[in-house]
Design a protein around this ligand. Structure first.
Ligand SMILES: COc1ccc([C@@H]2N[C@@H](C)[C@@H](O)[C@H]2O)cc1
Length: 450
């Protein structure tokens, strides 16, 4: 074990109320909005297939040219209440908004940089409007903040000279000031989601990442900080040089999930963030420039994440005019219709210890109602769902969540082996079975002697 000054500050999961709320939320909306929504992946008549929020680099656009987009930023159709309503209907319990992405443009009237929304034709405080609208829908708001900043003259990718270290310490102070400003000016903020912390300059300044975590938690007790902010004394990120996770939850699952049987993730809090297109976080004019995930695929990711005790953060990339594109609206509505019926399997849901993952779907254990839920995506040809029960536990009753007086026949076929016989009906969408478990007292099976 190395002696670390800037490593993990505690071990195990936070169990305070703020973290329990963060964990119970389970389903969140990511929003990537910035100047990049204006060109939307196209530049001088050419379409770039890469992530739209990276257009500046993929099209080799100069800072001066890119920054002048701020004079065109005027989302006249922006209606934060409509966004919040859509999010509420989709069933998210939290939202994470890009306050500043790699381009360095701040969506709030920051005192520390002119490059912000106040100096655009739009003028108004977008962050403030979104916090107000989402909070009034009962949705928690977290702030995404990119430490990497293409605009700021003092940003450095590495520290290779005295000049670099002098400039970069100015940059770190700038970023600290902006983060303090965000934590102080928006007191209901529930979390900070850091990105852009993979470069050597940050790895060589792990001390700053701990200082930021401590500052935010001092200003906003309970605030939740992702592991991606943190680098330790030796530049180890997310997990310190002793293998202990830094920050409050692991945020390395980006556009990927742990395998359904990768149960080591259950020992810590974690969140997966996901795009609907293959790799667009910001708005791209061509929706189908890549594969776009169907609602059922996204619902299955939400179920899989919940079954492994993680949060699922689904991304939306609003248009430059402030509208959410219709493809995203439709997906939000379909997911919302599913959540209206099946949310008990998700909210307060988590890993169902001892319940073997089956290929027909996922188990989640609701820590509030203590019920066990089976979320079914693949119905076997037999119509029989096989279940392996934990030692000493049996299933008393099973019914469809959407129709609790639909009895599902249960048969114990061997030691800890249960068959669930699905009702003869069509299942046009993924569905949930509520399982009432009971302690098994009898044991009428013998193990073979071999
Ligand atoms: C391949 O390198 C990157 C770097 C940054 C990202 C950013 N992280 C996501 C959460 C988005 O903000 C994306 O722009 C993605 C890929």
């Amino acid at each position: 074990k190395k002696q670390l000054k800037y490593g993990a500050q505690y071990k195990g999961k936070r169990e305070d109320a703020a973290m329990q709320k963060w964990r119970s939320n389970r389903f969140g909306q990511f929003i990537h909005w910035g100047l990049y929504a204006i060109p939307g992946g196209e530049w001088k008549g050419k379409t770039y297939p890469y992530a739209a929020e990276f257009l500046k680099s993929s099209a080799h656009i100069s800072n001066a040219t890119w920054d002048s987009l701020s004079y065109k930023f005027n989302p006249v159709k922006f209606d934060p209440k409509a966004w919040a309503k859509m999010a509420k209907n989709m069933g998210v319990k939290y939202m994470t908004i890009t306050t500043k992405h790699h381009e360095g443009f701040s969506l709030w009237p920051s005192k520390y940089s002119e490059f912000n929304v106040a100096n655009t034709p739009y003028k108004k405080d977008i962050i403030g409007a979104l916090v107000k609208a989402y909070n009034s829908e009962g949705i928690d708001v977290n702030f995404y903040y990119s430490v990497l900043d293409w605009h700021h003259p003092d940003w450095r990718y590495d520290i290779q000279s005295k000049e670099d270290s002098i400039a970069f310490s100015r940059y770190l102070n700038f970023a600290q000031n902006q983060l303090r400003e965000l934590a102080e000016n928006y007191p209901t903020v529930k979390g900070f989601w850091f990105d852009g912390t993979w470069d050597k300059s940050i790895k060589k300044n792990g001390w700053w990442t701990l200082k930021i975590e401590k500052m935010l938690k001092e200003i906003r007790p309970g605030v939740v900080v992702n592991s991606r902010l943190r680098a330790d004394d030796f530049g180890s990120r997310h997990f310190d040089s002793n293998g202990d996770m830094m920050g409050d939850y692991e945020s390395g699952y980006e556009r990927r999930l742990p395998s359904p049987t990768d149960t080591q993730v259950i020992h810590r809090d974690w969140e997966a963030c996901m795009t609907i297109p293959e790799n667009q976080w910001g708005y791209h004019k061509k929706w189908d420039i890549s594969y776009t995930k169907t609602p059922f695929e996204l619902i299955e990711m939400l179920a899989q994440t919940t079954s492994l005790g993680g949060n699922f953060l689904l991304n939306f990339g609003p248009q430059a005019d402030g509208m959410i594109r219709t493809e995203e609206q439709q997906i939000a509505e379909t997911i919302g219709n599913w959540m209206k019926i099946n949310h008990p399997a998700i909210y307060n849901g988590g890993y169902a210890k001892g319940w073997q993952r089956q290929d027909w779907g996922y188990f989640t254990q609701n820590e509030k109602d203590k019920k066990l839920y089976a979320i079914v995506f693949n119905i076997p040809i037999s119509g029989i769902l096989k279940i392996q029960t934990p030692e000493g536990v049996s299933i008393g009753k099973a019914s469809l969540l959407e129709n609790t007086n639909s009895k599902i026949t249960i048969k114990e076929i061997a030691k800890r082996q249960i068959n669930l016989y699905l009702p003869k009906q069509s299942f046009p969408a993924p569905f949930v079975i509520v399982l009432d478990t009971a302690n098994e007292n009898k044991n009428n099976y013998i193990d073979a002697k071999t």
